[in-house]
Design a protein around this ligand. Structure first.
Ligand SMILES: Cc1cc2nc3c(=O)[nH]c(=O)nc-3n(C[C@H](O)[C@H](O)[C@H](O)COP(=O)(O)OP(=O)(O)OC[C@H]3O[C@@H](n4cnc5c(N)ncnc54)[C@H](O)[C@@H]3O)c2cc1C
Length: 568
């Protein structure tokens, strides 16, 4: 990846104020971007900062367009923070004979694994099969071999295992009725989906894009051959206008509502499939990091996915009409019952074991005139995406998609923008991916020289050098420097959360954290892996707020507590 940094990013990395303040002022990044939005004139304005909007902003800004990206909440705070964190070709879509989709997703997975060797890791999926499973182990093994081939043999080869071997390798599995298992490989995001989305937002910022969270688009109209949009800063209530040649609708589950408010008629629309996950203390051995897969009682695959010292159980696939669908008791009971049947645990899991939950709707794309909601096999609806271009209106809509397919979405959006007459610079593919191997080697050399990994001696946590490099890439160099000059920067800030003071300082100036939840839930995954009681009792939470928000710490803490009554 080509190293690139704009003046703004370099400035943020080099500003030094009073002792301990190595980075730019908290919230200045967002304020600056809001000022640029006000009465701003752009080539492209993107509505929606989930994965589809973020990747579009990254590619277009990286290829020289003047781009604005807004989201009415935080980046990735809707569907894109509720995924299974898997980067995969979709083995299960072979059931529906969607060979082209599986091939496309496998190619995307392979590209992402190559571009993000430290963030996206290959992982075995151990799928246990019993008498009630729809396929015999030998048949599933053939499917796994085919899947391996469709994925260009990029991963480790699949395996067929007998029940005894399954028990030996993963004692948590109840093998009483298991006939055998297959193990195939895919990949997962080692941190979290929302942080991955933010890496594209960062890339757009570094390439000069104008980006702001908590900004809603309230209306849009065509005036003199351009889009004039009305925007509202949800933090202050201020309203202002901006204009753009091209409008991109990347509002995920909300694309149809926006299109109709602009008077756009499209060939596609989205329907919703609800999926939930439960996060519980780790259920599987930590010797081998792997995903466990089972068929549930409805013959649908569900998974136990590792997340550090936790396990994520999910997901479900329920048709819903409303994109705002919180988890209900039936969802919880269903997943707990399914997992308790399939694992040999010291005692059954109950709702008291649930540390956190995730619930989202998949925006699935269907033809506008099809799917009358009764004649469609729900779970067989395709997970592919569609990009529609409205030439007269100079508008582009992204329907559906997956995190895994994000590079394709970015490239197709760039093509669509060019087809509307906006020339882009050649694609140097520098809008995504981790820094080069040489930069990585240099980081590890510096980290070794200052004995970074000796700063912590906690059991069961990954080396600091791995974590800082994976999460911050090039930005991690400035962290080493900050720790060398002020060793308190290398200390943990909230006991059970594993975060260093220096990370908070960097986040405050470069990660557009507007509300405390943005850090606790999305830039980090603290809310997903630490219990509410531990967060509440943490002595460091106040300091976290002080670093992130300076004088506004108290107000932001109150806002956070009000949004999570369980924390009081
Ligand atoms: C349960 C579940 C599991 C999944 N697992 C995986 C997986 O393991 N791997 C994988 O590859 N994919 C997975 N997916 C699919 C993937 O998560 C989604 O396809 C993807 O996140 C959709 O992203 P998006 O950008 O289209 O939508 P979103 O992330 O919903 O983004 C749309 C954004 O638009 C904003 N917005 C809407 N209206 C406005 C407005 N008027 N003004 C400003 N902003 C607005 C919203 O606030 C929102 O943030 C999963 C999905 C679900 C639900």
């Amino acid at each position: 990846m080509v190293i690139r940094a704009t003046g703004a990013a370099l400035l943020a990395l080099t500003i030094r104020g009073r002792a301990g303040r190595w980075y730019g002022a908290p919230v200045a990044l967002r304020d600056n971007n809001i000022s640029r939005l006000q009465n701003g004139s752009f080539d492209v304005l993107i509505v929606g900062g989930g994965i589809n909007g973020a990747v579009s902003a990254a590619v277009l800004a990286g290829r020289g367009a003047s781009v604005a990206l807004i989201d009415r909440g935080d980046f990735a705070a809707f569907t894109s923070q509720e995924s299974s964190n898997l980067v995969w070709g979709g083995f299960k879509y072979l059931e529906n004979y969607e060979l082209m989709l599986v091939r496309k997703l496998c190619v995307s997975r392979n590209r992402l694994m190559t571009a993000y060797p430290d963030n996206i890791k290959e992982l075995p999926f151990l799928a246990s099969l019993d008498e009630t499973s729809p396929y015999a182990p030998w048949f599933s093994a053939l499917g796994a071999l085919a899947y391996w081939g469709i994925g260009s043999f990029r991963t480790h080869h699949p395996r067929l295992l007998g029940a005894a071997r399954v028990k030996a390798e993963e004692p948590a599995i109840n093998t009483t009725t298991v006939r055998g298992a297959i193990e195939y490989r895919d990949a997962y995001l080692k941190d979290n989906d929302a942080r991955f989305v933010f890496s594209f937002v960062r890339s757009a910022i570094e390439a000069g894009g104008t980006v702001a969270n908590y900004v809603s688009l309230t209306s849009a109209e065509r005036v003199d051959g351009r889009w004039r949009v009305r925007l509202r800063d949800e933090e202050t209530g201020d309203e202002f206008t901006a204009n753009a040649k091209i409008l991109i609708n990347a509002a995920g589950p909300f694309v149809d509502g926006l299109n109709s408010s602009w008077g756009l008629r499209t060939e596609h629309r989205v329907v919703y499939s609800k999926g939930i996950h439960l996060i519980v203390p780790r259920l599987t051995t930590r010797v081998h990091e792997r995903v466990l897969a089972f068929f549930d009682d409805t013959q649908r695959l569900f998974y136990v996915i590792p997340m550090g010292t936790r396990s994520v159980i999910g997901t479900t696939d329920t048709r819903v009409d409303d994109p705002f669908t919180p988890i209900d008791d039936d969802d919880r009971e269903f997943l707990l019952e399914q997992i308790n049947k399939r694992l040999d645990l010291p005692r059954p899991l109950t709702v008291d074991d649930i540390l956190a939950e995730r619930s989202g709707v998949r925006p699935l794309v269907v033809a506008s005139d099809g799917d009358n909601r009764t004649d469609v096999d729900w779970t067989s609806l395709s997970r592919k995406h569609e990009i529609e271009v409205e030439r007269d209106a100079q508008a582009i809509t992204i329907f559906g998609g997956k995190l895994t397919d994000c590079l394709n979405v970015g490239e197709e959006v760039a093509e669509a923008v060019e087809s509307l007459g906006l020339p882009l610079e050649p694609d140097l593919r520098n809008w995504y991916g981790e820094p080069t191997a040489e930069t990585r080697t240099e980081f590890y050399r510096q980290a070794r020289r200052m004995k970074l990994d000796d700063l912590r001696d906690k059991p069961d946590v990954e080396p600091l050098s791995d974590r800082l490099w994976r999460r911050y890439g090039r930005r991690a160099f400035s962290m080493l420097e900050a720790i060398r000059e002020d060793p308190t920067m290398g200390r943990e800030i909230m006991g059970s959360t594993d975060y260093l003071r220096v990370e908070l300082h960097l986040a405050a100036s470069t990660e557009m954290i507007t509300r405390l939840e943005d850090f606790m839930r999305r830039r980090s995954k603290i809310e997903q892996v630490v219990s509410d009681s531990d967060i509440r009792d943490s002595t460091g939470l106040r300091e976290v707020a002080e670093i992130l928000f300076g004088d506004r710490a108290e107000e932001k803490l109150d806002e956070y507590h009000a949004s999570r009554p369980g924390l009081r």
